[in-house]
Design a protein around this ligand. Sequence first.
Ligand code: ADP
Ligand code: MG
Length: 696
Amino acid sequence: MANVQQIYGEMVFDEHTMQERLPSATFKQLMRTIKDGAPLDLEVANVVAHAMKEWAIEKGATHYTHWFQPLSGITSEKHDSFIDPIDDGHAIMSFSGKELIQGEPDASSFPSGGLRATFEARGYTAWDPTSFAFIKDEVLCIPTAFCSYNGEALDKKTPLLRSMRAVSDQAIRVLELFGESCQRVVITLGAEQEYFLISEDDYKRRLDLVLTGRTLFGYSPCKGQELEDHYFGAIRPTVNNFMKELDDELWKLGVPAKTKHNEVAPCQHELAPLFANANRAIDQNLLTMEEMRLLASHYGLVCLEHEKPFEHINGSGKHNNWSMSANGKNLLEPGEHPMQNLRFLVFLAGVIQAVDDYQELLRMSAASAGNDHRLGANEAPPAIVSMFLGDELGRVVDALIQGKDYTSHDRVEMDLGVAELPNFLKDNSDRNRTSPFAFTGNKFEFRMPGSEQNLSDANMVLNTAMAKSLKEFADEMEGVPEESFKSAALDYVKRTLRDHQRIIFNGDGYSDEWPIEAEKRGLANHKNTADALPCMVTQKSLDLFSEFNVLDEAELKSRYEVKLEKYNKTMNIEIRTMKRLVRRDYLPAINDFAAEIARHIAEIKAVMPNADLSNQETKLSALLEGAAEINRHLGKLHELHHESLEIADQQERANMNAHKIVPVMDALRHAVDEMELIVERKHWPVPTYNEILFYA
Ligand code: ADP
Ligand code: MG
């Protein structure tokens, strides 16, 4: 076991290392940039670059890279070595301030949604000093933003940073009304990552997993998650070893990996870090995902990060725990008496307004082909955005809406009835696992994002919508005389809660009644990506993002295009894989087995003309009927697939994929899965769910 204190952050050029290695004037200037957002000048950058390079070389680095997040959502890197040959045939290691703060990758192959004309294909990367540089595999990685020649954002990070700035600016105005001053309000984020681990041998034999990240076929296993024996169960030794190495590697990279456990589904696990500044938390989540994929191979395992690797088995999400903090204080901490905590109520009302007004954008931020199998499918959370406040806060909000008095129940002491166990205070908020947006004591947990997603989009929407709520409050209150501020603010809170109470839902989000009730309330219910994306380019969305300079019209439209294209491309890959597998693997297997039975029947008949062969004959008919049905669906899929490829408009193509093609894919899958039940094991071409999910 590693000495955690010794290794923690050893590969990160963090604040501590900076203080140690930078002249104090440079350190102070850099801190002003990091903490207060002051601009960074080239002279400071030169000094920082030199110190960073010396540190990196001591740690064995030979290359550096601008590490960025293009619109594909995953991270990109291109390695440049530090070497600089000199005339005498030797080389020195060099790294300048300019190389630190700006890079110019040849970026013509990254998705841009039409933003980059081919004649100006260059993209630029710019250092983001608020996320620390780190060394990964002998490469100094410098977190950067990525933009076009004209400064348009081509990545996930830039608008996230802009939205953090926007919400901070407005929150500062609100805090000033309460007589509190601060330089910057920080968005805090804790991203819980779910994933599956399966054996590499099984993985290699499943082309669907290899090419699409999920199983396109497979009957549900005889045993699933019904015994609830996997959740928090003892961790199998191989997985445990994997988790230990993962923790060590993440700690070295300064990722505060905190909690690890088995999840509900067999083979499913979770890792939760301690929360951090949202920008850094997202960088750390991406690193975590990368390390998971990489390290799994050391144990003969493969890490599946897809939202729904297995049908009939829980999928994987990435809970987005979100809050705001000023001068180290959590602004969503209700305290002992939330009703008297006016500042808290203002921020709470702000979140409720933001989530109600921009529910469609939030839903959009979690939309992807993979996540369509969770949201709005047979699994939670539903595709309808609603909020859960918990018992106590729910009562506070009800009292405010109805204009009634409310006295805070003191926290209830829970007596566990066993003398040896300590009593503990019951948390103010009960947990509602079915809610997509739940208050969990002192933060909100947005549960829609999928395990594979980059959380930048979700937080960009949330921050910008919150900036809008806070701006409205500040605009109205700044003219109010000081002595009437409190009552005016309380009135404002009551009005806001009344106007937005439809978004609050404390019931069971999985129930059949909820979608009907939600429709009555006028809440949106976009069941798939094709339906969820168009809200991005409505006037309402353009207005929001341009008001706060988060995304302009061109940037927003390009992102919409990129998302549509990604959805359609993913569908295309899945359809092609499905067709290929049915033609080359499943149908031949079914036919082989049918032929074998036919031969048996003939052989037996030859010796015993009157033998009772009804059993074999029934099976043979079932196989032949099954194969015929598979062929029918395959033909239909093929036809629709080609029709869809003719559609030039990406939204229309997405509509066709979501509404016409997905049902045929489901039918085809179902027909093949039925055959899995009767085809003899030795003929079946792939490992089944029973084998994949219950390895030793
Ligand atoms: P669970 O939802 O599984 O019960 P926890 O309540 O332990 O998990 O916490 C989930 C995540 O929320 C953790 O990553 C934790 O660091 C994060 N978290 C805690 N407080 C805050 C906060 N103020 N802002 C953002 N995230 C937070
Ligand atoms: Mg959670």
